[in-house]
Design a protein around this ligand. Structure first.
Ligand code: KIV
Ligand code: ZN
Length: 533
């Protein structure tokens, strides 16, 4: 049960929330966010009140660099951080990407476990020490805010790792993050590791110590919490727990754990918890990663009561079966906010309340979508508005667009779809195809029209709100030339939502394969320039 905190909060008990949704989270297969989408997420993370946004890994691609730079230039409030290996050009790229932020940070890392040193880096412990020293010193030439991570820290020899950490602190690192890179540790081990590190490196008390846990054994949040109890005051986490493999510690879970149990744990964060639900929906929508229904805090069943005895209890007294109030995480968005006769001004006001600044042509488009929806749906909720506006705002000029479609389906013959699609260059193309079902025919017709042989890997439909007139939200994961890409679409018509989702996924796949090709050419040119010993 959420308990009231009566004691004054002490600064030393504040846990900094370091969000890595856009870096570690974005490394999940099939996630391909464009610059605009990353900016939108970063703006929402700022509203959520995270302390640090790890906006990307700038050296990895020009697209990543551009996104980190755009976030550094446009997102105010949090520290904006870029990740770098220890190589000089990595640190330079990270700095160039974040330097326009009023609060830039460089995060540099190198592995300290023997398995990584010997097998992955194929080097020696001495070399790792030298690389860590050089990278932190180099980063400090640019900024006073430097984070250092000994990668695979939880599987490293703690005495060697302590030496490397001491070097990083001596060179001026202000945050030391010790990751459980492979999600192998257990809470008591991870907590003891920090106790040992504090003993071996007393200077750790002069810097911020951070946890970064992966969820391979489902322990990411428990391990992060153990680290906080051992004295760490920064937690690296991602919205909806997305990230490499089984993901990172989920931001909403660790934040609500600290919030709900603050009176016994004594730690607190600066997060505006009422923004949690919306941030989760936005990330899920833009990444194409659906949230499992029973996910803690943000799953659709997290506040639902199925058993009669539970429903009865909650109706009599909410706290009989609820330890948190749904409003604390901003879940009251089912309220009706607009109706059929609402005008442009009312729409704009409602959108502002939801955090969308929509003017000019964008407001006209949003208003048109709203009117189309209001013709089909009696009452428009905040969730509906959020869905249609974020759907509309995602239309990048270089993407494919749906001009028109027709799908004929009956029980007696194979469905036939005919589509007309606007290509990225503006030209309209058309195609038709039959399929096993209407959606299959529709997607095959899009392939026929565009000439791309994309293969559907996953298809999900969900309803934005309840009711027969609800908006449908479709997520598509497809494969093109060996690359996975997702897309998402919203409409009261499931086929229209499916077409939008498929075309977006196709646009993302093409953008990613162009970026991969450019990257390949760049690496080949660099290799040609490097003299062989
Ligand atoms: O998991 C990990 O070790 C990382 C580091 C780059 C911090 O993501
Ligand atoms: Zn990680």
């Amino acid at each position: 049960m959420e308990t009231e905190v009566t004691k004054a909060r002490r600064e030393e008990d504040r846990v900094r929330i370091f969000d890595t949704t856009l870096r570690d989270g974005e490394q999940s297969p099939g996630i391909s966010l464009n610059v605009q989408e990353k900016l939108e997420i970063a703006q929402q993370l700022a509203r959520l009140g995270v302390d640090i946004i790890e906006a990307g890994f700038p050296i990895t691609s020009p697209g990543d660099f551009e996104a980190v730079q755009a976030i550094a230039r446009q997102v105010e409030g949090p520290v904006i951080c870029g990740l770098a290996r220890t190589a000089k050009q990595d640190v330079e790229a990270a700095w160039n990407a974040v330097k326009d932020s009023p609060r830039p940070r460089i995060h540099t890392f190198i592995a300290t476990s023997d398995i990584h040193i010997e097998r992955k880096l194929q080097t020696t412990r001495e070399d790792v020490k030298g690389q860590a020293r050089a990278a932190v010193a180099h980063a400090r030439e640019h900024t006073e805010d430097v984070e250092f991570s000994p990668e695979d820290g939880s599987r490293s020899d703690v005495e060697f790792m302590a030496e490397v950490i001491q070097i990083a602190i001596d060179e001026g690192a202000t945050t030391i993050n010790v990751p459980d890179t492979v999600g192998y540790t257990m809470p008591d081990e991870y907590g003891s590791m920090f106790e040992e590190l504090y003993r071996l490196v007393p200077d750790l008390r002069k810097v911020v110590v951070s946890v970064h846990c992966h969820n391979d054994l489902g322990l990411a949040v428990a391990n992060s919490f153990a680290g906080l109890q051992a004295g760490c005051r920064q937690v690296e986490c991602a919205i909806n727990g997305i990230g490499e493999r089984a993901g990172n510690a989920s931001l909403e879970e660790i934040v609500m754990l600290l919030h709900t149990r603050e009176s016994s744990v004594g730690l607190w964060t600066g997060i505006s918890t009422r923004e949690i639900a919306r941030t989760s929906r936005l990330v899920s929508r833009l990444t194409g990663y659906n949230v499992q229904p029973n996910k803690a805090i943000v799953g659709r069943n997290a506040f639902a009561h199925e058993a009669g005895i539970h429903q009865d209890g909650v109706l009599k007294e909410r706290t009989t079966y609820e330890i948190m109030d749904a409003t604390t995480i901003g879940l009251e968005t089912n309220a009706i906010v607009l109706g059929k006769h609402s005008g442009r001004h009312a729409l704009r006001k409602e959108l502002e309340q939801l955090g969308f600044q929509v003017d000019g042509a964008a407001l006209n488009t949003a208003f048109q979508r709203f009117k189309e929806l209001a013709d089909k749906k009696k009452a428009i909720t905040a969730l509906d508005l959020e869905a249609i506006v974020s759907d509309e705002m995602r239309e990048a000029p270089e993407s494919f667009g749906m001009e028109s479609f027709q799908v004929e389906a009956s029980s007696s013959r194979a469905p036939l779809a005919q589509v007309s699609v606007r290509m990225p260059g503006g030209e309209a193309v058309s195609g038709s195809f039959t399929g096993d079902g209407p959606v299959d025919a529709f997607f095959s017709a899009i392939n026929a029209a565009t000439g791309y042989e994309a293969r559907l890997k996953e298809y999900h439909v969900s309803a934005v709100t309840g009711g027969r007139d609800a908006l449908g939200e479709v997520t598509v994961l497809l494969e093109l030339n060996g690359l996975l890409a997702s897309g998402q679409g919203v409409s009261t018509d499931i086929l229209e939502a499916s077409g939008r989702a498929y075309l977006r996924a196709l646009s993302n796949a093409l953008r990613d394969s162009a970026a991969a090709e450019a990257e390949h050419h760049l690496r080949a040119a660099e290799a040609a320039e490097t003299p062989t010993p």
